[in-house]
Design a protein around this ligand. Structure first.
Ligand code: ATP
Ligand code: MG
Length: 232
């Protein structure tokens, strides 16, 4: 598919994606704790803001102020964008009815109201946890994601990995629902001297992409993907 790509704002990774995400597509970032899911989401949001786009950032973990503080600590002046083109929303993942209503009913309306170009949900796995049966989760998540597809915005969802499988999301569901899947993980070399972070683009519908596993580092103000280096 040709045309302008939606850059994540992470050099090296955008190259691996063939220039960036496909506009209007859904991307999931899957990784265990501390691998940088929130950092990648913030980069994606900031990249949009810098381009004059409207961004909705839904956090199921951290309060609104914390998200804004994280961005400021990176040296990004986000205050002028707040509630003008950046909408940060904390969603309580313990109240099923409230979270369900806000995600399923209010979010699609908000996307239209503010004409969002980019939406982040970090992490969607806390929302998925709320369903009592696999059947209900599958059905509801499918409906939710299909509803988002009608919107024009590009969506990034993050998920923790499954406890027993670092290659799968917590409920092994969003990788099937997403167009693009990026996997983040720790790599522990056999000499056990230090731990590296490595990422791969596992899937990208309608696009060629890199299948290489590349090391990356989370820095104070940016993510560095070493696209010339090899992990193994
Ligand atoms: N200022 C910084 N400079 C360098 N590295 C940092 C800095 N801030 C955070 N990090 C690194 O980023 C990691 C946290 O990244 P992040 O919060 O994006 O991960 P996450 O995958 O969202 O984690 P969780 O699953 O706990 O939400 C820290 O463990 C640390 O290694
Ligand atoms: Mg996080």
């Amino acid at each position: 598919m040709n045309g302008e790509r939606v850059k994540m704002g992470i050099m090296g990774l955008d190259d691996m994606l063939g220039g960036g995400l496909i506009p209007g597509s859904i991307c999931s970032i899957i990784g265990t704790y501390g691998t940088g899911k929130t950092t990648f989401s913030l980069e994606f949001a900031w990249e949009g803001l810098k381009k004059g786009e409207n961004v909705i950032y839904i956090s199921l973990e951290e309060r609104e102020e914390r998200i804004v503080t994280y961005m400021q600590q990176k040296g990004w002046d986000v205050k002028p964008y707040l509630n003008r083109s950046l909408y940060v929303i904390k969603l309580d993942p313990t109240d099923f009815n409230l979270a369900n209503n806000r995600i399923k009913n209010e979010l699609p309306k908000l996307i239209e109201e503010v004409k969002a170009h980019r939406v982040v949900i970090d992490p969607i796995s806390l929302f998925e946890d709320l369903f009592t049966t696999d059947f209900e989760r599958r059905q509801e998540m499918f409906r939710f994601v299909e509803g988002l597809r009608d919107k024009k915005c590009t969506i990034m969802m993050t998920s923790e990995t499954d406890r027993d499988n670092v290659f799968a999301s917590r409920h092994a569901l969003i990788e099937y629902l997403s167009d693009t899947v990026i996997l983040l993980r720790y790599v522990r070399p056999s000499d056990l001297t230090d731990v590296h972070l490595a990422l791969e683009v596992v899937k990208m519908r309608m696009s060629a992409h890199s299948r290489e596993i590349k090391p990356y580092e989370l820095m104070q103000d940016q993510v560095l993907v070493y696209s010339e280096a090899n992990v193994f």
